[in-house]
Design a binder for this molecule. Sequence first.
Ligand code: FRU
Length: 490
Amino acid sequence: TKVDTVMHEAYRPQLHFSPKEKWMNDPNGMFFLDGEYHLFYQYFPGGTKWGPMHWGHAVSKDLIHWEHLPIALYPDSTGYIFSGSAVVDHHNTSGLAKNGEIPIVAYYTIHDDKKAKAGRVDYQTQAMAYSLDKGRTWTKYDQNPAISNPGIIDFRDPKVSWNSKSKQWVMTLAVKDHISFYGSTNLKQWKKLSDFGLNEGDHGGVWECPDLLTMKDEHGVEKNVLIVSINPGGPNRGSATQYFVGDFDGKTFKNDTPGKNSGWVDYGPDNYAGVTFNNIPKEDGRCIMIGWMSNWFYAELVPTEKWRSAMTIPRVLTLRTIGKNHVVQSLPVVEIEETIESTGKISTREVDTLDITAEAKVDVRLSRIQGRIKKANFVFELSNAKGEKILFGLDDVGGKFFVDRSASGKVNFHPDFKLGIQAPRVRDSEWVEFTAIVDVASIELFFDQGATVMTAIYFPNDGYSKLKLYGKNGKVSTDAIVVDELKTIW
Ligand code: FRU
């Protein structure tokens, strides 16, 4: 097989999706059909900063290896193509198929920049496009906009899914500081159902990219989870994604913890606008999410040359009970194991300092590290020959997980990039289970079965090749630490 040199330049993720060149932000329109996962994304082919938005496109058979496809949707005289979703209309409820095809129906926001510049407030509307060839080519609906603007500046990011309880398509839409739900039986005409959120959850920024999920907890209790991205106002500054657990009765969403959100999908600074795949087969049943692995604070400033941004590793969301509350946990999809090149094991013991790379004898630049550590003040240090490093671990006294990228390499492109990152310990127990995915310029940390997740990007001047673990206040006990060196997908 031939090596794609473009996909091996400095800071280029080797396990994560990134565009071959130019600017990318949010994942859009994700669905599964006939053995293929489709990923669309906010894309500007004209530069490495945000610009007139298109929908880029890629497909994968396993959520790990991606094939870049031609741009799916181009902006036109009505405006840019902002974020949205796509559903598989198996029963042709839309009537768009004339010859027995299965329509894929995409909803996105048209952003009319000319109207915005003219000082009007109604420049974002919801529009539809469809594909009759399994997502390869798209036709814009001739009666767009399907939902016109009620006079609100931020009116966007339609996420459509089938609601089996109320037997209708439900569109979840971000409207500045709240969510509006719309219902439809034919994917063409939409009726407003309700609003949610004015006095709920965090409001440090604008609400964007929502998603309404139906999930069962470990006791089989069915709940609805409402995902809402917010920018700025995240727990570690800038962009982040909060969620609410409650019940959607086909009309309104009722929050189980009125006034509060139930937590953050990811407490780190670099996971934004994440939404889930539509049409995952029942036999699979997973709720699979991908997020944009950056932050609006500095996304346009990060020191990559030819392209900007990558997606997170696809993650499986599960609903679990902790005490009286429901929490959403997430872990990387198991498909990642197809990329394991070699495995190093660390003997279980009590240590002051553990040189993980020396003992495991695998390359950690592209790796998965898993295991358990007894609750203590512990620090992992991932570093390079230049002495640049990123630290992460548990501050047991403060009961918080942390990531410290202040000396991680290039950090001065934005004043906030080097600031400390913290997250609560959501699921407390004697042992801290962890999974870390390291990929050239990013780390994704899943603590306590994914109850606390932190994602952070970094830009060292030389690849990180050393990993060690030490206790801050004495020894640390480790158990079953396994380091998997992973293979590049490009
Ligand atoms: C979120 C977002 C969306 C919008 C898109 C534009 O990152 O601001 O609300 O649709 O990006 O690219």
